[in-house]
Design a protein around this ligand. Structure first.
Ligand code: PMP
Length: 325
């Protein structure tokens, strides 16, 4: 099997279990991942016509409980993504939630995990289009630790690729095929020696990271690009706003210029995978004094406590998976 060279190791490549023996939901049944196979001619494989979500589940060792994070929000977004791609007729959010819970439960994870529900065009046919095709859905889950190092700030760089605009491929729909755009960005950033990409819109404003939303702090105010700047409407982004309100920090959604990041007091990424990930430098310019700033630290601490079900104020974010049923 051929692989391309990479200068940096993949993150999250911790001891992998036997992936093929994990349990997933596929074609209406709970089966082993190794048995869930699709024909080569599947439209979603030929043309990237699937939508997906990434849901994290956090292990709380004190409670011996696995908490799935923001499941409803992810499943609502999955429905919206599907709708944009002309795929309706899906199970209700409640029924889909039950499948997500079952998949996590049947894998008996006692560590952090990542769950991927996806709706895909399953017609076997050549033909570039969205209409007149059938679809199905699956849910799989794998163990997953940190996707980006969250313990210290990371070096980032603006990339030459631009975020696909809403007039090309809508960023608010998590379309598998559209992820080639962030893949170009991530790889350019990493091959240039950075850990993550800063991606601009076609008109040169800051949009987001390769698979994360972005916040900066200026004069004590949290600022993030608006949803009209070709970002994914991030669930973590909304959560950060909720945390900010809880902590009494004001938030503004407005366009951000690239060079504002050079003079920002703090910058951090957020996302299901990235969690809260402080940025140490942008295009070789240290952010602030290059250390994790006070607002990023406060938000990050609250976030990591909230996702493991440790904070009453954010208990509505999580659902326990092991309920003894
Ligand atoms: N932007 C992109 C392009 C992403 O893929 C993700 C990860 N889903 C995010 C932002 C962050 O979104 P969320 O917080 O909903 O995971």
């Amino acid at each position: 099997m051929a692989t391309t060279p990479a200068s940096a190791p993949a993150v999250a490549a911790a001891a992998q279990p036997d992936l093929h023996s994990l349990i997933c939901f596929f074609q209406g049944e709970y089966v082993k991942l190794g048995e869930a196979k699709l024909p080569l001619m599947t439209h979603a494989f030929l043309y990237g016509t699937a939508v997906f979500e990434g849901i994290r589940a956090y292990w709380n060792p004190d409670e011996k409980q696995l908490y799935a994070l923001r499941v409803k929000e992810h499943l609502v977004r999955l429905r919206n993504s599907s709708r944009i791609m002309l795929m309706s007729d899906l199970p209700s959010v409640e029924d889909f939630t039950e499948i997500v819970k079952q998949v996590l439960r049947r894998n008996n994870f006692q560590e952090d995990a990542y769950c991927r529900p996806s709706v895909y065009k399953n017609t076997e046919a050549i033909g570039v289009k969205l209409h007149g095709l059938t679809h199905d859905y699956y849910v799989l889950a794998v163990p997953m630790g940190d996707y980006i190092d969250t313990s210290k700030g990371i070096p980032t760089g603006t990339v030459s690729w631009r975020r696909t605009s809403d007039t090309s491929i809508p960023s608010r729909s998590k379309i598998t095929g559209s992820y080639v755009n962030p893949a170009f960005s991530k790889t350019e950033a990493m091959l240039n020696g950075f850990d993550e990409a800063i991606v601009l819109t076609a008109d040169g404003h800051v949009s987001e990271g390769s698979a994360e939303n972005l916040f900066m702090v200026r004069d004590g105010v949290l600022i993030t690009p608006p949803v009209s700047d070709d970002i994914l409407e991030g669930i973590t982004r909304a959560g950060i706003m909720e945390i900010a309100a809880h902590l009494g920090i004001s938030v503004k959604e407005r366009q951000i210029d690239r060079t504002e990041l050079y003079i920002a007091d703090e910058v951090f990424f957020c996302g299901t995978g990235a969690q809260v990930s402080p940025v140490a430098s942008v295009d070789h310019r240290p952010v602030g004094d290059g250390q994790v700033g006070p607002i990023s630290r406060q938000i990050s601490k609250t976030y990591f406590d909230a996702v493991r079900g440790k904070l009453d104020a954010f208990r509505h974010w999580v659902i326990p998976i092991y309920t003894g049923e």
